[in-house]
Design a protein around this ligand. Sequence first.
Ligand code: NAD
Ligand code: G3P
Length: 415
Amino acid sequence: MATLGALKKHKVTIVGSGNWGTTMAKLVAENTKAHPSLFEETVQMWVHEEQVTIPKESRHFDPASELANKPQKLSELVNKLHENVKYLPNITLPPNVIANADIVDACKNSTILVFVLPHQFIARACDQLKGNIVPYARAISCTKGVDVSEKGIRLLSESIGIRLSIYCGALSGANIASEIAQEKYSETTVAYDPPPLDSRAPTPKGSPTSSNVDLISPSNPNPSARSARLQALPSEYPPLSHENVRKLFHRPYFHVRLVSDVAGVSLGGALKNIIALAAGFVDGLGWGDNAKAAVMRVGILEMVAFGKAFFEDSVHASTFTEESCGVADVVTSCMGGRNFKSAKMAIEKGISIDEVEKTQLNGQKLQGTSTAYEVNSFLKSQGMEDKFPLFTAVYNILEGNVKPEQIPDLIESKN
Ligand SMILES: NC(=O)c1ccc[n+]([C@@H]2O[C@H](COP(=O)([O-])OP(=O)(O)OC[C@H]3O[C@@H](n4cnc5c(N)ncnc54)[C@H](O)[C@@H]3O)[C@@H](O)[C@H]2O)c1
Ligand SMILES: O=P(O)(O)OC[C@H](O)CO
């Protein structure tokens, strides 16, 4: 009985503190408090430091205070007010969330790292952490996107795992952060497929681990070769079984389903953002719900086809259809997501999405535009743009090569 010998508790760090990062810190901290035999109560939240002035509309704004119009460090404000007034205003954080602007210190001795950074900041964060974390740490990626290079395409969970030489799973779902922060019911999918060594069973010689998966590339379209050895979680810690991982994320208002399909969960979260941009384009044209449903239908088909074409060994099509991280995330993202809203506003105002992001989002980041570019660059490298007409159309609209009004013709089936 592995748990009988457990003496230590898992220390959890949330790597990121945006809209979703701060929400994740809140719900995880509620759970570390609720499960004191498994987790240390204090949850560190890494804050990318910036100077923030308390907004006038904030309940913390006091015109009589000398601090009223004075920029202050965000990490200090979070710890003083128990609120992230910039990225998650009006939500009280539990006192066991501790904001920390030093990423290495925040992650020191943590056995569980929850990555919730915008995609573009992952590589640098990992560079800073490399060699400064316990080698048996485990990670969960909540970031939505994919990494593409001249060598091929990689899931963010893989990128994190490879950069840090640790195992990384994924969490993704129909999860608009502000609703979850207000404790409105939602579901999510957590993919966690730890190598056999974490279950304390001896690892059969030559058995695969789930980390350090080779890149998908033209010469290696469906890699199954898995190379590196992971360090086993010491037996003093409670095992990170599906049951215990669920206890870290599940709340009465946030229902978690555990699966083993890390690729499916990661891909769903990335690709739905391209579909959400298309939905925003047609809505911005004033075309109504039928048009939106049409691009969602085609987008879901392309999401499934993409998984089958490039991740056939790992993705289960049922992950897209049956779990929150698939069709359900497409639906919520195309109704109320930032990518959808920003694409819609860009069309309505006749400006670029980048301009909407810079002027309207108060520092929050879109992931759909970079994912559209990354996916297109990969499809081009595979000579497969025409097999994914919606993804290709979104890229070409962003590039100014075609107009949103051309979407119906561009996505029409040629059969
Ligand atoms: N917000 C949501 O509803 C939601 C839900 C599910 C998943 N996600 C995903 O979670 C990820 C994180 O999104 P978010 O909503 O927490 O962030 P956000 O877009 O609200 O905020 C941007 C974050 O980037 C940080 N940042 C800015 N410059 C930085 C730098 N140079 N280095 C490091 N960090 C920097 C800011 O401090 C801030 O925390 C994204 O991939 C997003 O798609 C978001
Ligand atoms: O607001 P978006 O477009 O970044 O989407 C948020 C979540 O991913 C929805 O599940």
